[in-house]
Design a protein around this ligand. Structure first.
Ligand code: GLC
Length: 496
């Protein structure tokens, strides 16, 4: 699955912001890369206080991205090339400009008042509980002077929380899923979906958890809601899927959101998004991910997204990013790629005057360079600066170069397509010594071993990796050597 941040992918109409026409013009890039599906970060009508994660109409595409018509055309074009389409669905909160909230806010007796979470002030006039808003160093409640009550917003004050304990809200949100499923969408990525079942009690959090309110809410009611969402998805002819952003960080917490196979199909495990380039740390995170998402569950594997520094930046070198590609694409998991990682992009350096995100996440959201011309294929000044080395890393340049990051990504992606063992094979971590991590996957008579050298020195190839080289992160390597180079990852066919 390939995540596209629509504002930053490709600009079709020359206004400096990426759009759906631009995406359609770049479908060849996705096909050549070899991805199965794209997830588009939010494209719905939005005032863009959180760049689309503040939705003002769940059933219409924002004109900035080309509107409904451009989406219909893009969806057809992607389906024709065999690529499925997953939309970002933001169920926990809407925009304060959504007509539901405008009405809800209008008076205490509004029929939509209880679509959002309104509460009287605490006895001292302050906020109703001690929760803090993400991105803001202040309470998750804003007082509406006109009606004398506070509304809850776990994120910006322009992102009021919907009240999912109200059956009318639940029904209306189910309708938004049906709307897109009827148009042929294949699935959804559900934004901070663990928060929707916060319920009616809204108890204070222990003092030490207040600063992490959005990762501390984990309520049984959410599971009930997810089972009903799953029924809505399963009722679609295409059996639409849902991957959830379940931003919980304690061992075993996230997998519970797959229920007994009757809640989310997939959920992100964000431990991999924070892990440093260290054999110990990676081994621990991979072991935990695989153990918690053992059969019949199924894990995801994600190194980068639109909320965190890119792993090319985090890991600190191109060689490491290349090894990470072989690692993530040979894992027992659904790998999620973040657009631009196949070009080896680093985060852009954003001068203070150009910072636009309320949480400073602009660097990883920099536009993709398509050509080495000065405009990099963006007809107007792009909304954010380009990443470092944009000319050298431009997609057109890399396509022509068999040693490029783009060419590297194609190889394990092709292997994964061709070999069931890399998709469905079992998974066993190997004991490969301190500097290496390695695993073996078996499917019928096929077996592969992946080994990654995380040290700065060459290391002898472990016996378990004897076989035929299928891919290496080191450009030009076409057969197994006695040693793995520093930061090299290989995948080997070890079948008898
Ligand atoms: C999720 C999104 C993030 C957004 C937030 C609020 O964490 O990934 O980009 O700002 O939810 O919707």
């Amino acid at each position: 699955m390939y995540q596209i941040y629509p504002r930053s992918f490709a600009d079709g109409n020359g206004d400096g912001v990426g759009d759906l026409v631009g995406m359609r013009e770049r479908i060849d890039h996705l096909v050549d890369l070899g991805v199965d599906a794209v997830w588009l970060s939010p494209i719905f009508v939005s005032p863009m206080a959180d760049f689309g994660y503040d939705v003002a109409d769940y059933c219409r595409v924002d004109p900035l991205f080309g509107g409904d018509e451009a989406f219909g055309t893009l969806l057809t074009a992607l389906h024709e090339r065999g690529i499925r389409v997953v939309l970002d669905w933001v169920p926990n909160h809407s925009s304060d400009q959504h007509p539901w909230f405008v009405e809800s806010r209008s008076s205490r007796s509004s029929p939509k008042r209880d679509w959002y979470v309104w509460r009287d002030p605490a006895p001292d006039g302050g906020p109703p509980n001690n929760w803090l808003a993400q991105f803001l160093d202040r309470p998750a409640w804003t007082l509406d002077e006109a009606t004398g009550q506070y509304y809850l917003h776990l994120f910006l004050d322009r992102q009021p929380d919907l009240d999912w304990s109200n059956p009318d809200v639940e029904a209306a949100m189910h309708e938004t899923l049906r709307h897109w499923m009827e148009r042929g969408v294949d699935g959804f990525r559900a934004d901070v979906v663990h928060l929707i079942g916060k319920g009616r009690e809204l108890r204070d959090l222990p003092e030490e958890l207040r600063g992490m309110t959005v990762v501390a809410i984990d309520e049984p009611f959410t599971h009930e809601l997810l089972r009903r969402i799953r029924s809505v998805l399963d009722a679609s002819p295409q059996q639409a899927m849902m991957v959830g952003e379940v931003y919980l960080l304690q061992p075993g917490q996230v997998v519970r959101y797959l229920g007994a196979g009757d809640e989310l199909q997939l959920a992100f495990d964000f431990r991999t998004v924070h892990v440093p380039w260290s054999a110990d740390a990676l081994r621990r995170v991979i072991a935990a991910n695989q153990a918690e998402f053992a059969e019949p569950a199924w894990p995801t594997f994600v190194l980068s997204n639109h909320d965190q520094p890119r792993h090319r930046t985090r890991f600190g070198s191109n060689a490491r990013a290349r090894a990470a590609a072989v690692m993530s694409l040979t894992m027992r998991a659904t790998p999620f790629l973040f657009a631009g990682e196949e070009l080896g992009l680093e985060d852009a350096v954003i001068p203070a005057a150009r910072v636009v995100d309320p949480d400073g996440r602009d660097g990883c959201r920099a536009p993709l360079p398509w050509t080495d011309a000065p405009d990099h294929g963006w007809p107007a000044d792009a909304w954010l600066p380009f990443p470092p080395d944009a000319g050298r890393l431009a997609a057109d340049v890399q396509r022509r170069d068999p040693t490029s990051m783009f060419s590297l990504y194609r190889s394990p992606l092709r292997l994964r397509r061709e070999r069931a063992v890399l998709r469905r094979g079992s998974f066993e971590l190997l004991d490969t010594g301190a500097e290496l991590i390695g695993w073996r996957r078996v499917h019928g008579a096929d077996a592969t071993v992946t080994v990654v050298n995380l040290s700065d020195e060459p290391v002898d190839l472990p016996a378990a990796a004897a076989g035929v080289l299928l891919a290496s992160s080191v450009a030009g390597r076409d057969r197994l050597e006695q040693q793995l180079a520093p930061d090299e990852a290989i995948v080997v066919d070890v079948a008898a």
